[in-house]
Design a protein around this ligand. Structure first.
Ligand SMILES: Nc1ncnc2c1ncn2[C@@H]1O[C@H](COP(=O)(O)OP(=O)(O)O)[C@@H](O)[C@H]1O
Ligand SMILES: [Mg+2]
Length: 235
């Protein structure tokens, strides 16, 4: 992943990122690039380091080694400064404000931009719930509201951690269409293999914190190391 001197590499680049939690190596020399307009997936069995990688990019976890850049500038992410950089995220849970309506929850991310809030609720198929409190809505709908909230900031890069978690087959199919039509680049951290295969341009596979494969969905589908990682995890 080393870039020749002087060559531009817009988008997000992770270079040899490592994270240790005490004696446990959660990420071990992970390099990855999310170029503008691309959808890049990170998959791997439970405990592979997917959420840790996501948290490094969000600034929740400081890497113990390696560097990050965004549009060729060093990136030292802090959660509350991501939006300013053009990066938005949704979290593994949902994280909506319970006492605000759906519309108000989305407006929080772009105060004053009511038209945009409606447009993103519409894109995410939840505009009909605009006046409802999140607690009254099913989990799948709340997840879409949190996606609308991430999108209303008009990110250039969207970070998604397990967006398919807790969803049924039909809801995952709707999510697939939604992600495919997004106007930004996407880093998708997801355990659900079929969704990742369907929406991603390229995929990085982690196992015990180490990159074991990196390629197009077709390349990953036929990769023996990937099969081993998943079969090993299933036993
Ligand atoms: N804050 C933390 N402190 C200690 N260990 C952690 C912490 N976060 C994650 N881990 C460990 O790091 C490894 C990777 O976890 P995680 O990134 O959550 O994997 P995944 O999202 O792929 O399931 C696991 O062994 C997990 O127990
Ligand atoms: Mg995780």
């Amino acid at each position: 992943m080393t870039m020749p001197a002087g060559e531009a590499s817009p988008g997000l680049t992770l270079h040899q990122i490592s994270v240790r939690f005490g004696g446990l190596v959660a990420l071990d020399g992970v390099s990855l690039r999310v170029a503008p307009g691309r959808t890049v997936g990170v998959i791997g069995p439970n405990g592979a380091g997917k959420t840790t990688l996501f948290n490094v990019v969000c600034g929740f976890v400081a890497p113990t080694g390696g560097t990050l850049t965004f549009d060729d500038r060093p990136l030292r992410p802090r959660p509350h400064r991501l939006t300013r950089l053009g990066i938005a995220r949704t979290l593994q849970g949902v994280g909506l404000f319970p006492s605000l309506t759906v519309l108000e929850n989305v407006q929080v991310a772009a105060p004053g931009a009511t038209d945009r809030a409606w447009a993103e609720l519409d894109r995410c198929g939840v505009a009909q719930h605009a006046g409802t409190l999140p607690g009254r809505l099913p989990y799948a709908v709340r997840k879409r509201v949190s996606l609308a909230r991430a999108l209303v900031a008009r990110p250039r890069l969207l970070l998604l951690d397990e967006p398919a978690g807790g969803l049924g087959a039909e809801e995952i199919e709707e999510l697939r269409e939604l992600i495919t039509g997004l106007p930004c680049s996407v880093l998708l951290v997801e355990h659900h293999m079929d969704l990742v295969m369907a929406v991603c341009d390229e995929i990085l596979v982690l196992d015990f914190g180490k990159p074991v494969a990196h390629g197009t969905p077709d390349e990953i589908r036929t990769d023996e190391a990937v099969a081993d990682a998943y079969l090993g995890a299933a036993t």
